[in-house]
Design a protein around this ligand. Structure first.
Ligand code: SF4
Ligand code: SF4
Length: 481
């Protein structure tokens, strides 16, 4: 029985490419081999990182979160080891995303869809979900028979067991996601004891729900129809990119073979379809490189096992470049060229982005200021004739210690300040800002009327701290002269 026959839902016009083709369900057969082992290691690594990273600790001093990697949404802060990213520094996130995207391009240019086949969470979770099916029902043939059986209490029980296994994995996925956004130990305790907030349970339900549906029921359709990356990644390939390929020059002409077959004058492919049956997307790699091939390399393991059985050289299906396939077919010497213009460009962009980010990180200020001139009213004339303007003055203390700053004015003769709740009628005000926080001060600046020569005069706020002085220009409004 074969699961790969495609049934289109309506007849196509001549030359029309179907947007969606309903294909039979894939029942990937279990395989053993190098790439299968690599895939398990990749699963261990990706899921290990996903679930354990929030539990890593990093000492930032008293009062500060000690989670090594934390996205603190209520506090509007992100922490990565010794780096603390404030909302106005969101460009770091842009830099990280840029580097990640280019790394993906580089990976694709070098080794095809390695990301899709080994590291993407859709692949990782689908692999786990299929493993659950195997434990409950069995391998490919048993699953095909099981699906074809009429519903019965026994079948219902096994379906319930499969779905329960999927639900546990999906819930773990959702819980793992939420732990990046709060203290992992505390949050996990709250979740397990029913004391977490509705928002936390809601997030687990949404993320876990997507995991359940995408890995349990949508499977390879996500890669073929939903994922945008599968659509444009071929733009990153060239003739030297390694992709999973069938060496047709060696495999054809294919034909079934007995155990002691003579392969003189015929191809090495014995048409056993082991590669097709191992494929999680249900395709036949012998038909050439296809959009649905996620590069998982399980067909390589399947075919190598067959080649071993017939004492033929391994690698009828292998990671190879189209350049090498053509070279091998024509008897020329194959060669792999990882250093090429495209890989150099990708590597160069990554290096440049990383250098800019590191330089910016090394020179980032530990204090920032924001001044807002009050508009309503723009100014007030006091009983002694002086003109008064109001400002909201915000100081971002990015250090893990409380600090006292001195605030002075420049550019406005005779001006004095009143800090609401602080000093009055001073030319230098002291502002205290708690550690790691934004201090917001309402400051009134008064200047003698005879010094105000226009409706809008420049004024500069100078904030002196232990490490640097921050000058911020603003305007001082007065009556028309
Ligand atoms: S054709 Fe091979 S590499 Fe591609 S998805 Fe199928 S098993 Fe994986
Ligand atoms: S597993 Fe190898 S020998 Fe068997 S059909 Fe696929 S390519 Fe041919």
């Amino acid at each position: 029985m074969d699961s790969t026959s495609a049934a289109e839902t309506r007849p196509l016009h001549q030359g029309e490419v179907p947007v969606y083709m309903e294909t039979g369900k894939a029942y990937p057969r279990a395989v053993k081999g190098t790439f299968r082992s690599l895939k398990w290691w990749a699963t261990l690594l990706t899921l290990g990182w996903w679930h354990l990273a929030p539990f890593l600790r990093w000492d930032r001093g008293p009062g500060a979160p000690d989670q090594a990697i934390l996205i603190d949404l209520p506090g509007r802060r992100a922490y990565f080891l010794f780096i603390e990213i404030w909302p106005q520094e969101v460009y770091y996130l842009t830099g990280i995303l840029l580097i990640a995207a280019i790394a993906l391009f580089l990976m694709s240019a070098l080794a095809g869809r390695v990301w899709c086949g080994f590291l993407c969470w859709q692949t990782v979770y689908t692999d786990l979900f299929v493993w659950v099916e195997r434990q409950v029902v069995g391998d490919r043939n048993q699953r095909i028979v099981f699906d074809a059986q009429k519903m019965s209490p026994a079948k219902l029980g096994r379906l319930a067991l499969i779905n329960l296994g999927w639900l546990i994995i999906a819930a773990a996925c959702g819980i793992g996601f939420t732990l990046w956004f709060g203290d992992a130990f505390e949050m996990l305790g709250d979740i397990l004891t029913g004391n977490a907030s509705t928002a936390v349970y809601g997030t687990i339900a949404v993320i876990g729900g997507f995991c359940f549906l995408l890995a349990g029921y949508a499977r390879e359709r996500v890669c073929v129809y939903l994922c945008p990356y599968s659509r444009f990644q071929s733009a990153m390939f060239d003739e030297h990119s390694l992709i999973v390929t069938y060496e047709a020059w060696r495999g054809e002409t294919r034909a079934p073979a007995g155990r002691d077959a003579n392969f003189e004058g015929r191809g090495h492919c014995v048409d056993c379809r082991a590669c097709v049956q191992a494929c999680p997307t249900g395709i036949d790699i012998r038909n050439g490189n296809q959009l649905a091939c996620i590069g998982c390399a399980l067909c390589i393991d399947a075919c190598d096992t067959v080649m071993d059985r017939f004492k033929l050289p391994r690698g009828l299906i292998s990671y190879d470049s189209s350049f090498n396939i053509a070279a091998r077919g024509s008897g020329a010497k194959p060669q792999y060229r990882p250093i090429r213009p495209r890989t150099l460009i990708y590597g160069g962009i990554m290096l440049l982005a990383a250098t800019v980010m590191l330089a910016r990180l090394a020179s980032r200020p530990d204090v920032d200021v924001n001044v807002l001139h009050e508009r309503s009213p723009l100014f007030v004339q006091m009983s002694d004739g002086s003109i008064r303007n109001g400002y909201v003055y915000k100081v971002l203390n990015m250090k893990a210690e409380p600090r006292t700053f001195g605030l002075t004015l420049a550019g406005l003769d005779g001006a004095t300040m009143d800090v609401v709740g602080g000093e009055s009628n001073v030319t230098r005000a002291e502002l205290q800002v708690a550690r790691d926080s934004v201090g917001t001060f309402r400051v009134y600046v008064s200047a003698p009327a005879d010094k105000i020569t226009g409706r809008s005069m420049p004024v500069t706020f100078e904030l002196s701290g232990p490490s640097r002085t921050v000058r911020t220009d603003s305007l001082f409004a007065g009556p028309e002269k």
